[in-house]
Ligand binder design. Structure first.
Ligand code: DAH
Length: 342
């Protein structure tokens, strides 16, 4: 094959291979193979000496023309390969706007707060307003004015967190009764008094040293035990759902006369008897009674003219019954595995 022929063949091979290059590194390799300082096309000029003298100028021109042609085709190829590379790059890093977003992490209300609000709603429907009384209470309000005599065991240091000689962390929400009566006299009263109570006690699965109560108080003319029982029956039906039975037993509290204890049929066994209800079929839900005349008087209301009822359910215990929670400590443990279930 003569040199002219092999030069043309080299041109065709170079052009064919250039078409196959797909990325920058293949282009660079191609360039140094054909057009580099020691490239196959570049080195063609060295063969000139092997040609007859008259053919040399033609051959030289042809080599130069091919070099220029290849250089121009090469530049075009560089442009299109870069474009393709850029397009691939863009595709890789593109944001897929059709992907669903990750949900934002939001918290929710604690079960105790949810339960409190549910209780507020129920009593609001019956015309009760929320009245807030302080957590740090005077001994006088927590005990004396509620007709709890100085020798009552609740005054023992083992039951009460004392702040100083006269002040304590309220052991129940009942002292709010005195506060609201003194503030509202001589208007009739229909309030609930929610809040935290504190007792200097051993913490167990059934009792915490802090817990919530929602005291209820109604004072008016001709209020009777029937009103109390009707109110509690309505509450039970709305909180636990219809179809539950409620019963009252006589009991004793210093600030009510007569006093009752309110039970409902066990939410777990439906009254059959189980471990939770200690095989009685009943669960205690609240203490209650008719406001003691001494307490009415301490609140400023004449017991000959006024009467009233009061009740004091907890909040965690009813929630425990409703959701079959077996340990009150879970309410204060801040364990997300528990909290996220509600
Ligand atoms: N204060 C009582 C307690 O903490 C609960 C209670 C019982 C409240 C009877 C009342 C009531 O208003 O009438 O154990």
């Amino acid at each position: 094959m003569d040199l002219f022929e092999s030069l043309e063949e080299l041109r065709v091979t170079a052009l064919d291979e250039l078409k196959e290059t797909e990325d920058t590194s293949a282009l660079e390799a191609w360039h140094s193979q054909y057009l580099g300082r020691k490239g196959e096309v570049t080195l063609q000029t060295r063969s000139i000496g092997k040609l007859p003298r008259e053919d040399r100028p033609t051959f030289g021109k042809r080599v130069n023309a091919i070099k220029e042609e290849l250089a121009a085709v090469y530049e075009d190829r560089v442009q299109s390969v870069r474009h393709a590379e850029l397009a691939r790059e863009l595709e890789k890093s593109a944001i897929d706007v059709t992907l669903p977003g990750r949900p934002a992490h939001t918290g929710h209300l604690h079960l105790t707060t949810q339960t409190l609000r549910e209780i507020y709603d129920i009593f609001a429907k019956m015309g009760f307003e929320v009245y807030e009384a302080p957590d740090v209470e005077l001994e006088n309000y927590n005990f004396d004015l509620l007709n709890i005599p100085p020798y009552h065991p609740a005054r023992d240091m083992w039951d009460t967190f004392w702040v100083d000689d006269a002040r304590l962390l309220r052991t129940h929400t009942s002292p709010g009764q005195i506060r609201v009566m003194r503030e509202r006299y001589p208007a009739p009263i229909r309030v609930i008094l929610p809040g935290k109570c504190y007792r200097y006690e051993q913490i167990t699965a059934r009792s915490e040293h802090q817990f919530y109560q929602v005291e209820g108080l109604a004072v008016g003319k001709n209020i009777t035990m029937t009103d109390l029982i009707g109110t509690l029956a309505q509450f039970t039906k709305m909180f636990y759902g219809p179809g539950h039975k409620m019963r009252v037993r006589s009991s004793y509290f210093p600030f009510t006369e007569p006093s009752i204890e309110v039970d409902m049929d066990c939410i777990l066994c439906g009254g059959e008897g189980c471990r939770v209800c200690k095989h009685t079929g009943w669960l205690e839900i609240a203490g209650a009674g008719m406001v003691h005349p001494v307490v009415l008087e301490n609140g400023g209301y004449d017991p000959d003219e006024w009467s009233g009822f009061a009740f004091g359910p907890g909040v965690e215990r009813p929630a425990m019954m409703k959701y079959a929670i077996d340990d009150i400590r879970l309410f204060y443990g801040n364990d997300l595995r528990f909290l996220q279930q509600f």
